[in-house]
Ligand binder design. Structure first.
Ligand code: BDR
Ligand code: CA
Length: 316
């Protein structure tokens, strides 16, 4: 089986970094586009360059949007640190961004075999759609880490990547592309813990040491925030949806992004009503599914894939 070809749009971010490593192991990564999100754009771009240097990869990194379509940037320093990769030793390297034009790169690269894996706020993708409304339909599809079918992580109902740029997310969810949504309902099923960090620490490779430091920092911060020394591997799920789709169960459902509610701005409103046999024809006026929503993942098998990409066997 040839490896899937993909671009990763990201805001590294600890789990973005793990997603980048996983994607370079199991896909042909033709480019990385960066966006403001977990940290400001300069930091997320620097982190993407550093992770590719760690991998020895010459994948081009294109800088993207420094702020959302509307309002001011939101960051997630409490989870990822001010730099986006808090607690991780910086690695010296010579890599530089290939351009400041992530949107132009996304537009030019589109073809029917190319996937876009979007694991940050969806600003770059929305700007591509602004310039070419058919852009999403010229791709194999878009795999999104974002949203939730149930509870949020910034507000009661909004997940960070959607909350950080709801107008962009709404544009992407409505663009007519083949979409997969790995929301919090799914990503919380795939979790790192101190045992994984310890196995990585005992593995003699720069990649494993980087990952051990990353998980240690995440677990320290999340213990302070949630009381539990575990972290959901959000962004790797959106890569696995393309590279290992057999590990996930998805259902086509109608999903809209709420832009207005006082309590619900940034919520992904998922039509969870049972669909009658025959679909919409049997229920005129029903909302039309626009997204393959991921609901469950074989977490044990998925964690073995992630651990192996980081340099250890899961049962080591
Ligand atoms: C998402 O928000 C970011 O903090 C993570 O990198 C992930 O993409 C989870 O809500
Ligand atoms: Ca991210």
């Amino acid at each position: 089986m040839p490896k899937p070809r993909l671009i990763i749009d990201c805001d590294p971010g600890h789990d973005d970094a793990i997603a980048l490593i996983l994607a370079h192991r199991h896909a042909e990564v033709t480019g990385i586009t960066t966006v403001s999100g977990n940290a400001p754009l300069d930091a997320t771009t620097a982190n993407a360059l550093m992770v590719t240097a760690l991998l020895g990869a010459d994948t081009p990194v294109h800088r993207g949007a420094a702020k959302p379509l509307v309002g001011e940037p939101a960051h997630a320093a409490a989870v990822h640190g001010e730099s986006g990769l808090g607690g991780v030793a910086r690695i010296a390297h010579q890599r530089r961004a290939a351009s400041d034009d992530a949107v132009g790169f996304l537009l030019d690269a589109a073809d029917e075999a190319l996937w876009v894996v979007a694991v940050g706020p969806l600003t770059n993708l929305a700007l591509a759609l602004e310039r070419d409304p058919a852009w999403g339909r010229r791709l194999a599809g878009i795999s999104i880490m974002g949203g939730s079918t149930d509870i949020g992580n910034v507000t009661r109902v909004a997940e960070f990547n959607i909350f950080a740029d709801p107008e962009a997310a709404a544009r992407v969810f409505d663009c007519g592309a083949r979409l997969t949504m790995c929301g919090l309902n799914l990503t919380r099923q795939l979790r790192s813990d101190d045992a994984l960090a310890e196995r990585l620490r005992r593995t003699d490779s720069p990649l494993a040491q980087f990952a051990a430091q990353s998980f240690d920092d995440l677990h320290d911060r999340l213990e302070g925030l949630t009381g539990v020394r575990e972290a959901a591997l959000h962004d790797p799920c959106a890569v696995l949806a393309i590279t290992h789709p057999e590990l996930m169960e998805t259902h086509p459902q109608a999903v809209s992004v709420e832009l207005n509610g006082d309590f619900t701005r940034g919520m992904t409103v998922v039509d969870r009503r049972p669909r009658p046999p025959g679909g919409n024809a049997a229920r005129p006026g029903a909302d039309v599914p626009n997204v393959n929503v991921a609901h469950s993942i074989d977490a044990q098998a998925a964690m073995a894939v992630v651990a192996k990409a980081l340099g250890v066997e899961n049962d080591a």
